[in-house]
Design a protein around this ligand. Structure first.
Ligand SMILES: *[C@@H]1O[C@H](CO)[C@@H](O)[C@H](O)[C@H]1NC(C)=O
Ligand SMILES: *[C@@H]1O[C@H](CO)[C@@H](O)[C@H](O)[C@H]1NC(C)=O
Ligand SMILES: *[C@@H]1O[C@H](CO)[C@@H](O)[C@H](O)[C@H]1NC(C)=O
Ligand SMILES: *[C@@H]1O[C@H](CO)[C@@H](O)[C@H](O)[C@H]1NC(C)=O
Length: 435
């Protein structure tokens, strides 16, 4: 071999060496990038995919009672945003670990809720079954155990609800520091009923907006196929049989109204003046909101959204500046921003109407209300529910869990709205034993 070709060979080897070196160094980098991309996008669904697969039958999908059994025996599981990670008592003594080991996710991903970078569900529920048409999310506070109990005994009674296309879940926030006892209570409550969703933001007055956006998020991720989202407060009576009737009766005007893809339905408030006095619990500073009046908005006690509206408002909320008056922000400011018009709810029961109804001076269906006003008393809830029950087919209720084999047929049967004539109001009342 002559000198020239040796030289060429050496150069060639050198070039090859350089190329090899470059490529070897780059491939781990590329891999890291791909991994980052992958985990970024997959975290978009992580909170939903880590929870239980929605494989159950129609009853279980509403938050089955069997679920909590699986929970207690996994104390050593590493922290995750698994829906049950905090239900186990072993986790209660330590502060909520879920976000600790995870790096903040980019905006738009699942771990970001408005300006909270590390949002996770401390308790979660399985996604909605296909037969869920309306998801009712009840905003509750950690300590309102009694209010949740009354709701479970009345308009969200499982022996009724499980035979309708409705599903009811309660939303709470974190218990805060030095309140681990409350976390245990919640854990037990969820163990019994399987109907709590808990976000990891503190359950505080000025954190209500997080809860509202969490409601939109959860619906989006786990129930978006449903026809409606209903958001109510835990001191409102919701006339669930009336809603079931609307869904099942195409001849009613409300039936088509509830199919409107742009629906944002509530008892709206217009030109509400912003409270500026220091005495007001609702005092808002000029920095928080500069105008004199709020835009038209839906007071948070009872709001009905179409899925498209939920999606729009959620996306807008994720980019919005935090404002603690949740209903004004979401159904006022952001609804306006996204061009969402409010549909006015025609009927609702004020306190005086509730009294009239219970005193026998009015009929349950006249007016055909969906919600009562705030601050209904437990006795009133019970009495109205008793009246409502008397209108519903008896067999359906007396054998709630009887034919689980034919559960689906029972469900579809109930979809055709039991509308049984009867209900002697005064009788219904005395039978509650409350008056
Ligand atoms: C979540 O919890 C359930 C029940 O405890 C369990 O079956 C499931 O494997 C868990 N998933 C993850 C990702 O930990
Ligand atoms: C709201 O929640 C965040 C996140 O948990 C917390 O840091 C903050 O203190 C809470 N705000 C109030 C007023 O408690
Ligand atoms: C609310 O009030 C404003 C100002 O008076 C008015 O322009 C607007 O049309 C009202 N909206 C509705 C829906 O009545
Ligand atoms: C309702 O019950 C009361 C008392 O039991 C009775 O007097 C009244 O006739 C009943 N009304 C109807 C419409 O059945």
């Amino acid at each position: 071999m002559d000198k020239r070709s040796l030289c060429l060979l050496l150069i060639c080897i050198n070039v090859c060496l350089v190329i090899w070196l470059v490529s070897v160094q780059q491939s781990p980098m590329l891999e890291a990038e791909i991994m980052a991309d992958f985990s970024g996008s997959s975290s978009g669904s992580s909170s939903s995919s880590t929870s239980q697969p929605p494989t159950r039958g129609s009853r279980g999908g509403r938050g089955s009672r069997s679920k909590p059994n699986q929970i207690t025996h996994q104390p050593s599981r590493s922290p995750s945003n698994n829906d049950s990670s905090l239900v186990s008592n072993h986790h209660l003594a330590t502060p909520p670990p879920p976000s600790a080991s995870q790096t903040p996710a980019p905006p738009g991903s699942s771990m970001h809720l408005m300006d909270l970078p590390n949002f996770v569900y401390l308790m979660d529920q399985p996604a909605c079954d296909k037969d869920v048409q309306v998801l009712v999310l009840v905003h509750s506070a950690v300590r309102n155990i009694d209010k949740r109990r009354i709701i479970r005994q009345t308009w969200a009674d499982r022996s009724y609800i499980d035979h309708t296309p409705l599903r009811v879940i309660f939303l709470v926030g974190g218990v805060g520091e030095n309140a681990e006892k409350w976390q245990q209570f919640l854990g037990r409550e969820n163990h019994l009923h399987g109907d709590l969703i808990q976000g990891n933001f503190d359950d505080a007055y000025r954190n209500m907006t997080y809860k509202h956006v969490m409601a939109l998020k959860w619906f989006n991720e786990k129930c978006a196929h449903a026809q409606l989202l209903v958001k109510v407060d835990d001191d409102v009576f919701m006339n669930t049989p009336q809603l079931v009737k609307y869904l099942a009766t195409p001849s009613l005007p409300e039936h088509s109204m509830l199919l409107d893809p742009d629906l944002l339905l509530c008892r709206s408030v217009n030109r509400s003046r912003v409270k500026r006095t220091f005495r007001s619990k609702w005092r808002v500073t000029y920095k928080e909101y500069p105008n004199r009046f709020y835009p038209e908005y839906c007071p948070g006690m009872a709001i009905v959204y179409a899925p498209d509206v939920v999606r729009r408002l959620f996306e807008a909320a994720q980019k919005a500046k935090y404002f603690w008056v949740d209903d004004v922000l979401i159904t006022g400011i952001l609804a306006e921003e996204t061009g969402t018009k409010i549909t006015k709810l025609k009927y609702y029961l004020e306190q005086k109407d509730v009294r009239k109804l219970l005193g026998g001076g009015a009929d349950l269906e006249e007016p055909p209300f969906l919600f009562t006003n705030h601050a209904i008393l437990p006795d009133e809830s019970m009495a109205i529910w008793q009246m409502a029950l008397d209108r519903i087919q008896r067999p359906l209720l007396t054998h709630p869990a009887s034919s689980s084999a034919s559960a689906s047929s029972a469900t579809s049967a109930s979809k055709s709205a039991p509308e049984v004539p009867s209900a002697n109001i005064s009788e219904a009342q005395t039978s509650t034993g409350l008056s």
